[in-house]
Design a protein around this ligand. Structure first.
Ligand SMILES: Nc1ncnc2c1ncn2[C@@H]1O[C@H](COP(=O)(O)OP(=O)(O)OP(=O)(O)O)[C@@H](O)[C@H]1O
Length: 310
């Protein structure tokens, strides 16, 4: 395999569960050293895709190559070179923090001596060195997730798969996880992650695909996706009324595009402050006004007509 070849290449990849198509003929190429994301709402098909890449769920159709190998025939060889951080923690609550890493390393045939050394290094990396002898149970959600990330690194993988790495964590815990993932990125580790948080996708991913209903609806870097599918800024207006709809007609002239949601109106404009001044000049007085930069949430809304997190 040459370095120019993508580490993960999917062409027309399909996953069906009975008559239901969860992943519908997607094309994906993940290059060495990049942080690649699958962004989409619940049920978009992100986990199903990850499980095929992780060689724990066989594709129903299409082509998938991971590190130049075929997951159906070369599953064990591929898995040996992957690090996997699943959506739900699968740590062993009977073992200590350190033992969780050592036991996991042993599955890869790593000697006990090397495993101990690697466990110590990785626990320092995820800032859990002081908890090495603690049982897993009393750890916070964020600590458990960082331990799972450490566990995913124990075999020095070529690719790390992270399924919703910060779902369920509070903001501070999320930032600690992000910091560690940034660090891995800087070390040149290839990261593949799923998320339904647009801020996570924007901050961590060099490139991403936006998924909806099993399909890829857009692909690119966060910056390019925003440039292609949104305006520079957005003004969010909330009117204290039963429905936002009656206000929309009056605002249509102001923006390049307008979205009316049940609780607010989004006005897509080049300059947020100028648009707010124009809203005021129209004599409208919304209960709440926010001018902000466009985000991947706006991209998703534009492409699908729905918000990422309902
Ligand atoms: N084992 C299964 N049997 C039947 N249907 C499944 C199975 N696994 C997933 N699905 C369905 O496939 C669709 C995609 O699920 P998937 O878990 O891949 O989505 P997701 O984007 O990862 O969302 P989430 O964040 O909720 O995991 C969903 O409609 C889900 O109900």
């Amino acid at each position: 395999m040459t370095t120019a070849q993508p580490l993960i290449q999917a062409r027309g990849l399909v996953k069906r569960f009975g008559g239901f198509t969860a992943v519908d003929a997607i094309d994906v190429a993940v290059r060495a050293g990049e942080a690649f994301g699958f962004l989409g709402p619940n049920g978009a098909g992100k986990s199903s895709t990850m499980r095929m890449i992780g060689c724990v769920s066989p594709p129903s159709g299409g082509e998938l190559r991971i590190l130049g190998m075929d997951p159906v025939h070369d599953g064990p060889a591929i898995r040996a070179r992957l690090g996997v951080c699943p959506q739900l923690d699968t740590l062993d609550p009977e073992l200590t923090v350190r033992e969780n890493l050592i036991t996991y390393a042993r599955y890869f045939g790593i000697t006990r001596r090397v495993a101990r050394h690697r466990a110590a290094e990785l626990l320092d990396f995820v800032q859990l060195g002081e908890r090495a002898d603690s049982k897993v149970e009393p750890l916070s959600g964020g600590m458990k997730r960082r331990l799972t990330i450490a566990r995913a690194l124990v075999n020095e993988p070529d690719i790390v798969l992270l399924d919703e790495p910060t779902t369920g964590l509070d903001p501070q815990a999320r930032h600690l996880v992000w910091e560690r993932l940034f660090q891995l990125k800087q070390q040149g580790v290839t990261l593949v992650l799923t998320t339904h948080y647009m801020d996570e996708a924007e901050q961590l991913c060099d490139r991403l695909v936006v998924m909806d209903g099993g399909r890829i609806v857009a692909e690119g870097s966060p910056r390019v996706l925003i440039e292609q599918h949104s305006t520079r800024e957005v003004v969010e207006l909330r009117f204290a009324a039963e429905s936002q709809e009656p206000f929309a007609g009056k605002l249509e002239e102001l923006g390049e595009r307008i979205e009316v949601l049940p609780d607010r109106i989004l006005l897509y404009v080049p300059d947020g402050d100028a648009a707010v001044a124009e809203v005021t000049a129209l004599g409208l007085s919304p209960a709440n006004v926010l001018a902000r930069r466009s985000s991947l949430e706006d991209v998703f809304l534009h492409l699908t007509g729905r918000t990422l997190v309902d």
